[in-house]
Design a protein around this ligand. Structure first.
Ligand code: PEP
Length: 251
């Protein structure tokens, strides 16, 4: 019922030439995959190059962030409208690196999410607890605050354009993935929370991705969990072979 979505976050990597080669290498490796949505998120400067390279493939393009204003005197910012214009269909909002290094808060995540939805982008809204939060048994309260803060004021009709990515901070880029059961437990919690905030109809339709050291070797176990609908992949998305291995999780 929920179409699996595998997204690659390229972070601050890849020149234009490297970004294009990665798409050119990836596309034939996943051309036979059916029933899986595939998204890659290059740096802003490579969005239009990647969108052009991906045009006749099943790969879609996401930005790694956006601003909430459409235009104006906001030096250095990029609006959802311009991301769409450059070839994006998706945008990642609230990644833990933005929360950690760039002062992203649930309030800015919420403003960006509303603006991106208004522009017609699909939002990959990231949430996740730190190691200290997990160790002090605060995981569920942190996730509840981030999910309800990020979705505040977003009408049920727009929720179909939102995907939540659960990315425990301690699992990102560390090689230490959450166990299938640890991930499933939080995904089920997020779904029940969305059922409370909206209804079970919206909650059942919501896609929840897992992120944090996903690799071809562990994707199958994660994807076999009832509430895991895809993956947000960092390091392993930078090489065509490993990202394709994740996209081909079904066989
Ligand atoms: C990420 O950056 O969203 C991520 C999950 O990174 P990695 O796969 O490298 O842990």
């Amino acid at each position: 019922m929920r179409t699996p979505l595998i997204a690659g976050n390229w972070k601050l990597f890849k020149t234009l030439a490297e970004a294009k080669s990665l798409v050119d290498e990836l596309a034939p490796l996943i051309s036979k995959v059916q029933g899986v949505e595939v998204v890659v998120a290059p740096v802003f400067t490579a969005i239009s190059t990647v969108a052009a390279a991906a045009e006749k493939t099943l790969i879609r393009v996401a930005a790694q962030d956006c601003y909430w204003e459409e235009e104006g005197a906001f030096t250095g910012e990029v609006s959802p409208k311009l991301l769409k214009d450059a070839g994006c269909s998706h945008v990642i909002i609230g990644h833990s690196e933005r929360r950690q290094y760039f002062g992203e808060t649930d309030e800015t995540v919420n403003r960006k999410t509303k603006a991106a939805l208004k522009a017609g982008l699909v939002v990959l809204l990231c949430v996740g607890e730190t190691l200290a939060e997990r160790e002090s048994n605060a995981t569920f309260s942190v996730i509840k605050t981030q999910v309800s803060g990020g979705l505040a004021g977003i009408p049920a009709a727009d929720l179909a354009q939102v995907v939540i990515a659960y990315e425990p901070v301690w699992a990102i880029g560390t090689g230490q993935t959450a166990s299938d059961e640890q991930a499933q437990e939080v995904h089920a919690f997020i779904r029940s929370l969305v059922a409370e905030l909206y209804s079970s109809l919206e909650a059942d339709a919501l896609r929840i991705l897992y992120g944090g050291s996903v690799k071809p070797e562990n994707v199958k176990g994660l994807m076999s969990q009832a509430d895991i609908d895809g993956a947000l992949v960092g390091g392993a998305s930078l090489k065509a072979e490993s990202f394709a291995g994740i996209v081909r999780f079904q066989g």
